[in-house]
Design a protein around this ligand. Structure first.
Ligand SMILES: Cc1cc2nc3c(=O)[nH]c(=O)nc-3n(C[C@H](O)[C@H](O)[C@H](O)COP(=O)(O)OP(=O)(O)OC[C@H]3O[C@@H](n4cnc5c(N)ncnc54)[C@H](O)[C@@H]3O)c2cc1C
Length: 462
């Protein structure tokens, strides 16, 4: 028996923390997990899950419109925001229950409290003031939306947190940001009938994505009626005398809207956590510094997920948790693998992507081949919708390996998952070429682009 109360104490009941606590508990370890809000964390309560449910809700108007081309006559549709929010709440409560049950079944002690470090082995439960000790500590406290406190009027704005539970659906919204959360919410609100404007300081939305995806999505969003303002930022938000808000921008625009949403990145949840007292180092952004095994500057304290600001995605936090358990409790040192992470933007149309963008591949390889197809998906032929799909494979000319795959169009996220396997397996373009197509699908285009659209050598298109 050790002198500690627990073998492992986990701070934060989100994607990473719950997985680590559950696995350690099922190995017979004495584990406690503290959560200050709701089990399931950002992903389940106010991230991936409710967002995807809202994406589905926002797609129905287009489905209704498209139906006419297939002979259907759909009666007048109406939308009830409160009903959607209530249905979403029921679903996330169900999932939260599953998370709790998983922890209980693994014998993990659930503590509904904020937890802070007192020293390198002692944790204080804020709710009761009680202190407990643990041999190992795992910090998985995630991140929070940047409130942009320097913006005059920021307190009048919402973030993604509030967007999920607005008492009323606004008639108009201005969303600040160019990352995937800003873009997804712009599409959600627009689909639900909200007059939507996106404002972003950069030259194009979604900065780290392939340029064809960025430009293609931008065009599709504008064609739907979403207004996109680039190279400009909000400078001040004020209440309008007649109700609603007025946002003034650096370039002199004055935008009158019902709501302003800030989606300007996420900050690691490390404030007031007692990291200094425990000797845990953070970087200039406040993220916990970890080594390849998610170990902090204190050998028995680990950190993973968004609080470490490596790759802020749910599957990454879960993978890091599984590697942590392998390393610390199964005597099998395992580094998380952050290479070739397939991911999606649930915009409308969607983006699915894995590997290098054309721009990044050009920087890495002396010569690349680009296979690119742009076409109207079959469903759009009868519906009459003008939306185009773009598919793109980036190939290293020397090794023939496919080093990037990018799709803009319906179900792109689903396709990205499978492309992730092929890239991870190191498939070459020849492997794609000898793969039989599934017909008729949109995805068949991925295995029938036999000739490169163009090559890029030393940064020059040839
Ligand atoms: C709007 C939105 C959409 C997203 N969509 C996607 C998506 O489509 N796909 C995807 O992969 N990722 C998505 N993400 C990102 C994803 O949610 C995160 O990467 C993931 O949740 C990170 O898991 P985590 O365990 O690091 O932290 P979290 O899930 O954030 O969990 C941290 C938990 O710790 C708790 N906590 C914090 N401090 C303390 C404390 N001191 N004591 C006790 N508890 C504490 C918090 O309440 C929280 O529950 C989205 C995020 C947002 C905001």
């Amino acid at each position: 028996m050790t002198a500690f109360d627990y073998d492992l104490f986990v701070i934060g009941g989100g994607s990473g923390g719950v997985r680590a606590a559950r696995l350690a508990g099922s190995l017979g370890k004495r584990v406690a997990i503290a959560e200050e809000y709701r089990f399931g964390g950002t992903c389940v309560i106010r991230g991936c899950v409710p967002k995807k449910l809202f994406v589905y809700a926002s797609q129905f108007p287009e489905h209704f419109e498209d139906a006419a081309g297939f002979g259907w006559q759909v009666g007048e549709a109406s939308f009830d925001w409160k009903k959607l929010v209530a249905a979403k709440d029921r679903e996330i409560s169900r999932l939260e229950g599953l998370y709790r049950r998983g922890l209980e079944n693994a014998g993990t002690e659930i503590l509904e409290s904020r937890a802070e470090l007192v020293d390198a082995h002692t944790i204080r439960l804020v709710k009761t003031g009680q202190t407990v000790t643990a041999e190992r500590i795992l910090i998985a406290t995630g991140g929070s939306a940047n409130p942009h406190a320097a913006l005059p009027g920021h307190e009048l704005c919402i973030t993604s947190n509030e967007a999920f539970d607005l008492p009323e659906l606004p008639r108009s919204i201005l969303i600040a940001g160019g990352g995937y959360i800003a873009v997804e919410f712009a599409n959600i609100f627009h689909g639900l009938g909200v007059d939507t404007t996106l404002i972003y300081r950069g030259k194009e939305i979604l900065s780290r994505f392939d340029s064809d995806m960025r430009q293609g999505l931008h065009k599709a969003m504008e064609e739907k009626g979403i207004r996109i303002i680039l190279t400009d930022v909000i400078q001040e938000v004020q209440k309008a005398p007649a109700g609603g808000l007025i946002a003034r921008t650096l370039e002199g625009q004055r935008l009158a809207v019902d709501a302003v949403m800030l989606a300007l990145g996420r900050d690691p949840n490390t404030q007031g956590l007692g990291l200094e007292a425990a000797g845990v180092a953070v970087d200039e952004k406040g993220a916990i510094v970890v080594d390849d095994y998610s170990r902090t500057s204190v050998a028995h304290i680990h950190a993973l997920g968004d609080v470490t600001d490596r790759v802020q995605l749910t599957p990454v936090a879960i993978h890091e948790a599984m590697c942590f358990i392998e390393t610390e409790f199964r005597n099998n040192p395992t580094k998380p693998d952050h290479d070739l992470i397939a991911t999606a933007v649930f915009s409308q149309p969607e983006i699915g992507t894995v590997g290098l963008s054309e721009e990044a591949a050009c920087r890495k390889y002396p010569e690349i081949e680009v296979y690119r197809a742009e076409f109207r998906p079959m469903k759009a032929t009868l519906s009459g919708r003008s939306e185009k799909m773009i598919m793109k494979l980036i190939v290293d000319a020397a090794s023939r390996k496919v080093v990037g795959a990018h799709i803009l169009g319906h179900d792109a996220g689903e396709m990205a998952q499978l492309l992730g396997i092929t890239l991870k397996a190191g498939c070459t373009k020849d492997d794609f070429d000898r793969t039989m197509a599934v017909h008729p699908t949109a995805a068949e285009e991925l295995v029938t682009m036999y000739q490169p659209s163009y090559r890029v050598r030393d940064g020059e298109r040839i």
